[in-house]
Design a protein around this ligand. Structure first.
Ligand code: AMP
Length: 270
């Protein structure tokens, strides 16, 4: 143990150097690339993602960036990226490693589990890895659930701060600014804790070729949900997926006066 240091397994406090957190666990979901336009399968059973470009969920890129910044600032010592899903999620994890995560864990399942299944898996990994901080995206852009972080915090009985736009770690606590209606709220939560990221938290770095090459050599373990004792049998049944209603075409107006006239007489909004 370092001199003048008191510790539990998750938070070390060096009384000469200030606080340190040990591990940051960060979750990354493989989703359809945000620039790709997807369509619904002809039988209405789901969204057709065959042969479309997949990427890391944008909120998770922000989560990895924040974890790596904590490490670069000397606040955290290790960043572990986790993904739950099909074997191709390894590529997503390699991206997290190229951003700067130290190692990765793929929990491979045939289908991507529902948020509750993912939260149970993350809870099992929290028990195994004992991180000081778990950072997730506020939502996955494919299911828009915004549930996993909150469910994980409940299952693991950890404090949570969602929609973070700023995170400061000091003295065994995280001070988190979060965007709320009409302003910003600042919370202090004891570590270990769960934080979910909002868009304004940071701007993720570009991944460089040398770092992509380095990432290939970093450790990536693959396990199954059963290895963690987690049952991810779905609890929800999708009844139907439909395209949004098509918007009718707009009209061009020759001048402002006609526009105002139309807003008054046709749209009746002024
Ligand atoms: P959701 O609750 O589905 O909107 O997802 C919120 C966050 O939970 C995401 O931004 C990810 O950080 C995490 N998450 C959800 N599903 C997965 C998954 N299959 N693998 C890894 N992380 C996930």
């Amino acid at each position: 143990m370092w001199p003048s240091m008191c510790c539990n397994s998750r938070v070390l406090t060096d009384f000469r150097k200030g606080p340190l957190i040990v591990k940051v666990l960060v979750s990354v979901k493989r989703v359809v690339d945000p620039n790709v336009k997807v369509g619904v399968k002809s039988d209405g059973s789901g969204v057709d993602i065959g042969n479309v470009k997949m990427s890391m969920n944008p909120f998770d890129e922000i989560a990895v960036e924040e974890a790596v910044r904590l490490k670069e600032a000397g606040v955290a010592t290790e960043v572990i990226a986790v993904s739950v899903g099909v074997s191709q999620a390894q590529e997503t994890l390699r991206t997290a490693l190229a951003i700067g995560a130290d190692r990765a864990v793929l929990v491979e399942s045939g289908e991507v589990p529902e948020p509750l299944g993912v939260a149970k898996i993350l809870k099992a990994l929290v028990d195994r890895e004992q991180p000081s901080l778990v950072i997730l995206g506020k939502q996955a852009i494919d299911d828009d659930s915004n549930q996993t972080g909150q469910m994980l915090a409940a299952l693991a009985d950890l404090p949570q701060a969602t929609f973070a736009s700023k995170i400061v770690v000091a003295d065994g606590a995280a001070t988190v600014s979060r965007e709320v209606d009409g302003g910003s709220e600042t919370l202090s939560i004891r570590l270990p804790a769960v934080v979910t990221t909002d868009l304004r938290l940071n701007e993720p770095r570009y991944v460089t070729l040398p770092n992509i090459m380095k990432a290939k050599k970093k450790p990536l373990d693959t396990i199954k949900p059963a290895d963690l004792g987690v049952d991810v049998t779905p609890r929800l049944k999708t009844l139907k997926v439909a395209e949004p209603a098509r918007r009718s075409a707009g009209v061009k107006v020759p001048d402002v006066q006609t526009l105002v006239e139309k807003l008054k007489t046709e749209a009746k909004v002024i």
